[in-house]
Ligand binder design. Structure first.
Ligand code: SER
Length: 319
């Protein structure tokens, strides 16, 4: 049995809930302490309420459980963050500093901090955006992630802390719902298709964005964290790619399985955010350093999403 004790902060979120299960599979159910600001049903293992803005509570949880690794996933996402920019900054940066400072004081061995394609903005090549492209994010969420990347590198350089990070593309999964992102449409669209409801997309039909299937996103996280420290050459955050597509392409792929499914388009403020982001990502640093390779493309993801969601809705008697 592993000697590692993991703390997941934001364990009820879209990625956190699935990652917690995966970590429990690797490290043992009782060695992964799930925490979130809200209660949620369905945790098969230790769970407690934790507000990451309460530094003392974070330190106390680390102490009580003998934590050796922290996965800090709590943040306000791109679209929701624009409703209250200063509060978003305070939450995203305040949470990060609390985690890094507690980790420094307690000698935490490894920390995971998720970054995002939202760190990119103007003046980048939008196709195959390189690892070292200039970062000029235009959302407060993207600004907090790009500052967070630099702070990750700073704590590594100054204190030798083993902090690792991925720039997730839009994450698509059947297990959990996204909350307040610009890429959320690519999850919602599957739910509507399976429920045989038309879908109105909040991005325009030709808006291409980088995306990744949840299975690949989780595997990337575990592989990054499992790699030897000497292989991690990027201490800000790794570009990570899965696939790229537009709303009309995902709609056409779904229609192969669900021919009656209809999509219309009513772009809102999120269109502008999407347009500031890359269309595709060059993740060769991740491929070279720790052998990253995605398994899912749009077609295989669509088949699995529809299969899994159909099963899920039937289980709850909703189909
Ligand atoms: N999926 C996120 C968002 O749309 C990107 O990190 O905000």
């Amino acid at each position: 049995m592993s000697k590692d004790k993991i703390l997941v902060i934001g364990a009820n979120g879209q990625i956190g809930s699935v990652l917690t299960e995966a970590l429990r599979g690797t490290f043992g159910t009782n060695n992964v302490v799930a925490t979130d600001i809200r209660e949620a049903a369905g945790h098969e293992g230790p769970f407690e309420l934790l507000n990451v803005l309460d530094a003392k509570a974070v330190a106390d949880a680390v102490e009580r459980h003998g934590i050796t690794q922290i996965y800090h996933l709590a943040a306000i996402l791109s679209a929701k963050g624009e409703q209250n920019p200063l509060q978003t900054w305070d939450i995203n940066m305040g949470g990060l500093f609390n985690v890094f400072e507690v980790a420094r004081a307690k000698g935490i061995a490894k920390i995971f901090f998720p970054s995002s394609i939202a760190v990119f903005g103007a003046d980048i090549p939008r196709q195959m955006t390189p690892q070292n492209a200039v970062l000029k994010p235009t959302t407060v969420y993207g600004m907090s992630k790009s500052a967070g990347e630099l702070w990750s590198q700073y704590y590594f350089l100054k204190y030798g802390m083993d902090i690792r990070s991925l720039r997730y593309p839009g994450v698509i999964g059947w297990q959990s719902d996204p909350g307040g992102g610009t890429t959320d449409y690519a999850v919602e669209i599957y739910h509507n298709a399976v429920k045989e409801q038309d879908y109105t997309c909040f991005l325009s039909e030709n808006t291409i964005l980088p995306m990744i299937y949840m299975d690949d996103a989780i595997r990337a996280t575990l592989e990054l964290m499992d790699a030897e420290a000497s292989k991690i050459n990027v201490r800000t955050s790794y570009n990570l790619a899965g696939m790229s597509f537009s709303p009309s392409e995902i709609a056409a792929t779904i229609q192969l399985e669900k021919p009656n499914f209809k999509v219309s388009y009513a772009p809102d403020f999120r269109q502008k955010i999407a347009k500031s982001w890359p269309e595709s990502i060059d993740d060769s640093a991740a491929r070279n350093d720790w052998h990253w390779k995605p398994k899912y493309d749009l077609s295989s993801m669509t088949k699995d999403m529809i299969f899994q969601l159909q099963k899920k809705y039937k289980l709850f008697g909703a189909l």
